[in-house]
Design a protein around this ligand. Structure first.
Ligand code: ADP
Ligand code: DP6
Ligand code: CO
Length: 373
């Protein structure tokens, strides 16, 4: 098995407990990257299975700066399932965590049924320890990296050999955007048609190698936890926005085709233009919700203004901005234009209140590694 350690308590006064507690801990660790959507997922047609109202597209960022690191352990003596996120214990009762866990456990159970020599990990409780090295719940896709790592760490622990596409179907039930973090490069989440979600999964549109000179800079305008989670925000939109139906049914299907094609053609002009208008439309349907949902702030809007200006001056799309459910800006651009983009930000952004001068510059992730040793 991947890693097995003998666990013995060092507390001598708990000798009896030591005897009971002595046993093997099986564990596996993995990292997962964030992905930032360029065609946004916003809305569920099934909140239990996390089935979206539209297909979406994203780019997976390299793990050098932003990643989740998760270790999953199982032992016969663990008394309950437990999860620690960024050093703090969190509940594992949530429907999404339970959905992922029970699917992974039944896959392990099937493996044990056909291979009786395997340790019965499906019967053991799990301890999961996870850490994001970037702000959590701030609109930087922590739920995407977080649930992708969660699913992959347990799949590795259980020695499952499900394909990334199969794992993406499980991760989707944790957080929709997580299904796209199982792949590197340029990724689509196809919404699917089936009521059971069997065809709602991520697929790769293009590898990182196919379009390697794309880069992203992430401006952390605020690292604070957002007021309205993505889950709550998008259901408010689905239930109340009249513009939303038009976006999901008319705009996105066409945009999905155009953006996929632009990626395959390495057509940055079209890719960038579509990315910006899609971010703006997503924030427009948030504003059209009741009560309205605000994710961007004045600094976000200042960045939009700067990028619009630089694109106008150069008479082409030098950089494309996009904002997830939070105020933080993600800029996509081609490597050759990095001096223009970073120079502009250095010159203009420090003057802005609330800017904490924290930013990441990332390249695009190649294939997502399966585990870490
Ligand atoms: P974000 O914009 O960061 O994705 P969301 O509102 O979509 O914000 O989701 C944030 C939630 O995702 C957190 O409150 C937590 O429940 C979950 N989450 C974030 N990181 C992890 C992780 N590493 N492991 C498990 N769950 C995570
Ligand atoms: C704006 O995947 O975080 O980032 O499925 O409820 O967990 P849940 O929502 P989540 O929503 C992401 C919304 C978005 C756009 C996107 O990533 O496509
Ligand atoms: Co999220």
């Amino acid at each position: 098995f991947r890693k097995a350690a003998n666990h013995t308590s060092i507390c001598s006064q708990q000798a009896q407990v030591v005897f009971i507690m002595t046993g093997k801990i099986y564990s596996a660790s993995t990292t997962a990257p964030v992905n930032i959507a360029t065609l946004k997922y916003w809305g569920k047609r099934d909140t239990k299975l996390n089935l979206p109202t539209n297909s979406s597209i994203s780019v997976t960022l390299s793990q050098d700066d932003l990643r989740t690191l998760t270790t999953a352990s199982a032992a016969e003596f663990f008394e309950s399932d437990k999860l620690w996120l960024n050093g703090k214990e969190e509940s594992v009762e949530g429907q999404r965590l339970v959905a992922c866990l029970s699917e992974l456990r039944s896959l392990r159970k099937a493996l044990e049924d056909t291979n009786p020599e395997l340790p019965p990990l499906s019967k053991y409780h799990l301890h999961i320890v996870s850490e994001n090295d970037f702000p959590t719940a701030a609109g930087l896709a922590s739920s995407a990296a977080g649930f992708a790592a969660f699913v992959r760490a347990i799949a590795n622990l259980y020695d499952l050999h499900q394909s990334p596409e199969d794992l993406s179907r499980i991760a989707r039930q944790g957080s929709g955007s997580a299904c796209r973090s199982l792949f590197g490069g340029y990724v689509a989440w196809e919404m699917g048609q089936e009521a059971d979600g069997s065809d709602s999964r991520a697929v790769q549109i293009a590898t990182q190698e196919a379009w390697p000179d794309m880069k992203a800079t992430i401006l952390v305008i605020s690292a604070s936890k957002k007021e309205t989670s993505s889950t709550v925000g998008m259901q408010t939109t689905v239930n109340t926005s009249t513009l939303f139906k038009y976006r999901a049914e008319v705009v996105v299907p066409q945009r999905f085709k155009e953006m996929s094609q632009a990626i395959v053609n390495k057509d940055f002009e079209t890719f960038g233009r579509l990315t910006m208008i899609d971010s703006n439309q997503f924030h427009a349907v948030c504003l059209d919700s009741s009560p309205p949902v605000f994710y961007m702030n004045d600094t976000s809007r200042l960045v939009i203004g700067l990028i619009e200006k630089v694109n106008k001056i150069h008479d082409r799309v030098v950089a494309a901005y996009t904002f997830d459910a939070g105020p933080n800006a993600v800029l996509y651009y081609l490597e050759k234009d990095e001096p223009i983009v970073l120079g502009l930000l250095k010159a203009a952004v420090p003057e802005v209140d609330g800017w904490d001068k924290k930013s990441y510059t990332a390249s695009i992730a190649p294939a997502v590694p399966e585990g870490v040793d």
